[in-house]
Design a protein around this ligand. Structure first.
Ligand SMILES: C[C@](O)(CO)[C@H](O)COP(=O)(O)OP(=O)(O)OC[C@H]1O[C@@H](n2ccc(N)nc2=O)[C@H](O)[C@@H]1O
Ligand SMILES: Nc1ncnc2c1ncn2[C@@H]1O[C@H](COP(=O)(O)OP(=O)(O)OP(=O)(O)O)[C@@H](O)[C@H]1O
Length: 288
């Protein structure tokens, strides 16, 4: 069995520029990886079938699973006769705004590329990944990137200053399609993407914390007031910066002191379903 790491992502910024005729939204967002990861195992099957199992009882084990779709897409595109057994050790919460499914698909592409000796470049895998979902291309590379288009155009940028990240997810799942669908661009406050890029270029932690912004917060906050409450609690417990990731409902807080980290972590565990304290990684080579 070959094992591949599938880390979660957070959005440091998420801006929507306009709605496109194909019903997707043109986005501009800065994404980075955190040290909370699923573990994907891949093994060749001589019978040509794709079989998947996972440690989670809520993700499907059939062709609805994004990792299954990744294997099928590779097989179909390159006319591969071999099959694969895929296992998923799920650590990333599901439907959380952390790209868990997308990262599983990306890790499956990387893993099978190696296992089946296809020698495809990461750029080729990212292009394939875009057919599965908008976040998959970023997850193929990992690291830190500016994503544009519908999210599939990836430009690597410097990793953020290292710090702690507290992730807090309330007991609800959010549908990405309905959040984008509920967006009113006349109402939103756009994040300053350029300023965030400057912060990363300068390795400036304070400016990074000040530049966090996500236009989708306006929609998810209206649908789920408990997400607003988590954001307020994080501020109260003393994080340096706080934002909802993706379409939510996970909220993340950035902290650079271990003392404050335990205060925030313990405080949130009191009333939030799933809380994680992890490191911001943001380096491309961390996928090994
Ligand atoms: C919210 C984010 O996670 C931020 O990183 C992504 O923009 C969403 O990425 P994703 O979950 O991979 O999204 P997809 O599976 O491609 O799309 C799910 C649905 O979200 C909406 N969608 C997604 C991406 C985009 N740029 N515009 C959209 O309007 C569409 O209704 C689409 O049918
Ligand atoms: N490998 C997988 N892991 C998790 N969910 C999966 C997977 N494959 C398919 N799904 C389905 O995808 C849906 C979204 O799950 P996921 O955890 O990827 O959401 P997310 O973190 O909000 O994604 P994003 O941040 O990319 O919008 C769930 O309804 C789940 O059933």
């Amino acid at each position: 069995m070959l094992y591949v790491k599938a880390p979660a992502k957070i959005n440091l910024t998420l801006d929507v520029l306009y709605k496109r005729p194909d019903h997707y939204h043109e986005v501009e967002m800065i994404m980075t990886t955190v040290d909370l990861a699923d573990r994907i195992g891949v093994e060749t099957r001589q019978d040509g079938l794709i079989k998947l199992s996972s440690s989670s009882s809520i993700v499907p084990n059939d062709e609805r699973n994004l990792a299954y779709q990744a294997a099928q897409l590779l097989k179909d595109t390159y006319n591969i006769k071999m099959g694969a057994s895929i296992t998923i050790d799920k650590e990333i919460p599901v439907a959380a705004g952390l790209a868990g499914g997308s990262s599983d698909a990306a890790a499956t592409l990387r893993g099978l590329n190696q296992l089946w000796e296809l020698n495809l470049s990461l750029d080729t895998l990212a292009e394939l990944g875009a057919k599965i979902g908008s976040d998959v291309s970023f997850c193929v590379y990992g690291g830190t990137a500016l994503a544009t288009g519908r999210g599939e155009k990836i430009q690597q940028i410097p990793a953020p200053p290292t710090c702690w990240v507290v992730l807090a997810k309330p007991k609800i799942g959010v549908s990405t399609a309905s959040v984008y669908g509920g967006l009113n661009l006349d109402e939103v406050k756009h994040p300053n993407t350029k300023q965030m890029i400057q912060a990363l270029n300068e390795n400036n932690y304070e400016l990074m914390c000040k530049s966090l912004g996500n236009v989708l917060e306006s929609v998810t906050f209206k649908l789920h007031p408990e997400v607003v409450m988590i954001k307020e609690q994080m501020k109260k417990f003393g994080v340096d910066g706080v934002l909802m990731s993706g379409s939510g409902p996970t909220v993340f807080g950035l902290i650079d002191s271990e003392t404050r980290l335990s205060r925030v972590y313990n405080g949130l565990r009191g009333f939030c379903d799933e809380v994680f304290a992890v490191r911001l990684i943001g380096e491309r080579n961390s996928l090994a």
